[in-house]
Ligand binder design. Sequence first.
Ligand code: S3P
Length: 445
Amino acid sequence: MHTATEERLIRPARNIFGSLRLPGDKSISHRYGMLAAFAEGVSRFSNFSTGADCASTLACMTQLGASVERKGDGLVEITGIGGHVGQPGAPLDCGNSGSTMRMLSGLLAAQSGEFTLVGDASLSRRPMERIRRPLEAMGARISLTEGHAPITIHGGPLKPIDFTTPVPSAQVKTCILLAGLQTPGVTTVREAIRTRDHSELALRAFGARLERNLDAGLNAVSITGSQTGTETGAQTLKAIDAAVPGDISSAAFFLCAAALFPGSQLLLEGLGLNPTRATLLDALTALGVRIAVLNLEEKHAELVGTVQVTAPENGLGGTEISGSLAAQLIDELPVLAAIAPWSRGGIRIRDAKELRVKESDRIALTVRNLRAMGAEVTEHEDGMDVPGGQQLHGATIDSGGDHRIAMAFSVTALRATGDTLIQGAESAAISFPEFFDLLDFVAER
Ligand code: S3P
């Protein structure tokens, strides 16, 4: 059971105005951190994620033999283990991080030995069958606890597979690719809906060879692996230096906050704009927000740019998010739902059942908290309907210890009548410890 430890009072704002540079993307930091720790040599990253989730990845990799030095100001230096994982003396603690647990399971399945991965109460409720199935098909033995963590991995030499993911999940895709990296032969992952491709880009940046086929209906990624230590040089990852782009999923809270206030203006510099992550910009455009992208560049194949947003003077329109859009916007749906009452046409969300198995049941919590603020909302098994044209009042919000719920309702609170109390506000630090300070910085009161 989660116990709320910190409450935050959010006062209404008049407008959102300013310019920000956000800490590094969580998804990219996990991957750079994990691959650098597994690679040969010393990698250096600037603007590495400051969130607790990525710290969990680094702590696990340290237990496996890598060395990690935080040099301050977002600089992280990682000395890798050159593909040879050490036996940890204790279970690997993934904290609240599904990415750490699922991706690391793939990396470890191909290593000889027994590894136990544990997580906090929320992570211990999340589905892990989705990684057990492909890893067992490759020959690893994976023991779950009623489909969940703790996970015990009996790893060793694997055989390649051709696997189609049953749910769109970049974590599952990455899990299989990291096992495939260390498995002789061609391992292929296919997905019906294209998920974020940071692993593919990061693996290439670290020197791995992989093939992508994006045309054939099912997006396919193939990696030709080699067993660690058997074919010297083949698929050995090599250290890199990189700047992590600003996190667009953290930016989502500020973009949506700006969208709430007619005439607001916000500039976000150095933001990650990978097309598999930037769907939010399309959703906001569909709602009538004006978005300009400036200074676009590519860093290790990740797009980075400056985003300028201006909210429409006549308020937001309405939109529907379903099908592949729902999968691509999965982390941004709570905050989009939370601003929907102030749109004219409302927001209808479908095909987002995965929201129920995130850090919390995000459909249930979003609906409950919107209702606490006086909103009319209809809950569906795979989404919700939030009608537009509603004015909400301040309320006590139960974040359920879920960072994205805490931040989404802090945004809604800016337009509510009266103050809002966010319970479990400390959870924002899972992805974005600076969130409340930066929100205060751009919110004009
Ligand atoms: C992530 C993938 C998504 C996303 C999560 C981060 C990643 O999860 O919701 O916040 O970094 O690969 P799924 O793989 O479960 O869809």
